[in-house]
Design a protein around this ligand. Structure first.
Ligand SMILES: [Ca+2]
Ligand SMILES: [Ca+2]
Length: 389
């Protein structure tokens, strides 16, 4: 173990310098870049401190031990505002681009040395022993990123690369010092890990994970609001915001209360026949509910769209879809709902356990039929006192 023995003051080395020490560029082979001398100095210093040669094939953990700690949520915000999100699955190049697109980004391709070092750092946090896609593909002889933008002047090809005529590229895992963490061409249909890069969020859009949200202080009917959301993204990923988790609900509450705490806001839930999220998920597939007390009441049989109702402390209320009010849009996949607590066919057999587990998440009022399923009237009236038998 090399880094274990590194004295504390070495841990204070500037991150950039340290990352330089773990990284090599084409410049190493020609030995002309001033950065090369810094790298060699650092390696020499580390070797002296640890009293043994610094083997560049030391493991991920050993290299990382002295580095700034890896992000726990596998993402890294760059000083220029760009964010790298590491994925832990493997995919073909096209599959990786598809996943990154869902996240409103592209497979990462660094545009300068600083971005490259950040990318390599995050990649090595995820796995130093895997190869990662570089976000470029060669089309008609030109390397382009996931948005079709040509690769610029910055490159970090390993010596001699690209040399196989393949149309995709990867960041090389630990082999030789002059190849590790640099680029090489490879076949596009192989499967590798990948990191997505996402640009700064546009003005007025707030990001939660892979999804952006925006509050519109314009009064529109539910369907007009939905059209505005759809039109707000060129790639048709816009819709009225879906609120499948408590976390998203709380996030949106903050946004709408900042925008206008006295407003009502459409979100993406309506009842063509049964309640559906605007992404097509039936509400019954998810366990999260936030109905205001007594809602949904389908007043006059005409309330088929849901809003965050200021009269109910911004909990959900069903209302007429032709009513005009503010709304919240999302672009991106949103969060998956919690399906664990969803009643299933097995529900009857576990009613007592299930209701304890759900309460007060699902039933604001316990359905009448539940008395017949083994609960007493009193327990239905107040399930909070329910105990297991
Ligand atoms: Ca090659
Ligand atoms: Ca209502």
């Amino acid at each position: 173990m090399v880094a274990t023995n590194v004295p504390a003051h070495v841990d204070g080395l500037d991150r950039t310098v340290r990352m330089t020490a773990t990284k090599s560029t084409e410049a190493h082979s020609v030995n002309s870049d001033p950065a090369d001398n810094i790298t060699d100095n650092i390696i020499h210093t580390l070797e002296k401190l640890t009293e043994k040669p610094l083997d560049f094939d030391i493991s991920n953990e050993e290299i990382l031990e002295g580095l700034p700690s890896c992000p726990q949520d596998d993402h890294r915000v760059l000083p220029n505002g760009k964010t790298y999100f590491a994925h832990t699955d493997i995919s073909t190049y096209r599959g990786a681009q598809e996943e990154c697109r869902k996240q409103l980004g592209i497979v990462a391709v660094p545009r300068d040395e600083e971005e490259h070092q950040n990318l390599v750092f995050l990649k090595n946090c995820v796995s130093r022993d895997s190869e990662f896609w570089l976000g470029i593909m060669r089309t008609a002889g030109v390397w382009q990123d996931g948005r079709g933008t040509e690769l610029g002047s910055f490159t970090s090809w390993a010596p001699g690369e690209p040399n196989d005529g393949h149309n995709c590229a990867l960041i090389i895992k630990g082999v030789g010092r002059d190849r590790r963490d640099n680029w090489a061409d490879t076949q596009c249909n192989l499967q590798h890990r990948y990191i997505c890069e996402v640009e700064n969020d546009p003005k007025d859009w707030a990001r939660k994970g892979p999804t952006r949200y925006k509050v519109f202080l314009e009064r529109k009917t539910y369907s007009a609001a939905q059209r505005t959301c759809e039109a707000s993204d060129a790639q048709n990923r816009g819709r009225l915001a879906v609120i499948k988790t408590e976390a998203v609900y709380n996030f949106l509450l903050t946004l709408i209360r900042r925008a206008d705490p006295k407003g009502d806001y459409w979100f993406g839930m309506s009842k063509p026949r049964k309640w559906m999220w605007s992404d097509g998920t039936p509400l019954s597939d998810c366990s999260f509910r936030k109905w205001a007390p007594g809602e949904p009441n389908n007043e006059a049989g005409k309330q088929k769209c849901a809003h965050l109702w200021t009269g109910g402390d911004h909990q959900w209320d069903d209302n007429r879809c032709d009513w005009e009010t503010y709304f919240v849009c999302q672009i991106g996949p949103g969060e998956d709902c919690d399906k664990e607590l969803v009643p299933s066919r097995k529900f009857d057999s576990c009613i007592r356990t299930c209701i304890i587990k759900f309460w007060p998440v699902v039933p604001k009022a316990v359905p009448r039929g539940w008395v017949a399923r083994g609960l007493t009237e009193a327990e239905v009236h107040d399930p909070s006192g329910l105990t297991l038998r």
